[in-house]
Unconditional design. Structure first.
Length: 235
């Protein structure tokens, strides 16, 4: 799997970065390079923040998404690639087209396969398993063990709106582990020190049914069924 941050792809180097180049194809090309598509051949190419590509860079991708072939810079023959391409963005693509930031023909290449992932505040039942995943990941990273979240802290985190979605939650878990005392629980006092906006920010109304019904928050798989969209909302 090859992961690409498209926000870092400049116009001048887009073709070379995506399709590769031959040695001597341009100034600075001191060796042959495969490029992202050929590096991901028989695998997955994940193009993150794809809507940040310029119109010119988007044009480079039209043919490969249609015909599954690339032409490295400095060559004339097409090279077939067998790649599953996943594109991701946090932008409204229809609005980006209207604003002229996204090519309509580029969007047409993948629009029929689009999956819209709801923001985290719309699916609060996913918060407990995500917190546990990122807590454990950061404990391994920082070589520190905790006893997990207290019930009070977990409820505060579930009721938070998470405007930055999963990335914000991941960063928050990193902060919690860094500030935690080894062998202790992550409690409300630690949240106050490390990320006070969780306790003092605007709450998430959709989390209301989960919190009021005394759902066992550590079992995230059961939360979705209990979060009745028609239930009263928390203030």
């Amino acid at each position: 799997m090859v992961v690409v941050n498209c926000a870092e792809i400049t116009d001048d180097l887009a073709a070379s970065r995506f399709f590769g180049h031959k040695k001597g194809a341009f100034t600075g090309a001191v060796s042959d390079e495969r490029g992202f598509f050929r590096a991901a051949n028989r695998g997955v190419l994940f193009l993150d923040e794809v809507a940040e590509l310029s119109l010119r860079a988007q044009a480079h991708l039209l043919r490969v998404l249609e015909n599954h072939t690339v032409v490295p810079v400095g060559e004339t023959r097409e090279v077939p690639v067998d790649v599953a391409v996943i594109l991701a963005t946090n932008r409204d693509l229809d609005q980006a087209i209207r604003e002229g930031a996204l090519r309509a023909d580029f969007h047409d290449r993948f629009r029929s396969f689009a999956v819209r992932l709801l923001p985290l505040q719309e699916r609060p039942w996913d918060i407990p398993p995500l917190l546990e995943h990122f807590r454990l990941m950061n404990e391994r990273k920082h070589h520190k063990r905790t006893l997990g979240f207290t019930g009070e802290a977990l409820r505060a985190l579930v009721s938070y709106a998470w405007p930055g979605n999963v990335r914000e939650l991941s960063r928050a878990c990193s902060l919690f582990v860094i500030h935690a005392t080894p062998g202790a629980r992550i409690d409300r006092a630690l949240l106050e020190r490390a990320m006070p906006e969780v306790l003092h920010g605007t709450g998430n109304p959709r989390a209301g049914p989960l919190l009021w019904d005394d759902v066992p928050l550590r079992h995230g798989a059961h939360l979705r069924a209990r979060a009745d969209p028609g239930a009263p909302r928390a203030s």
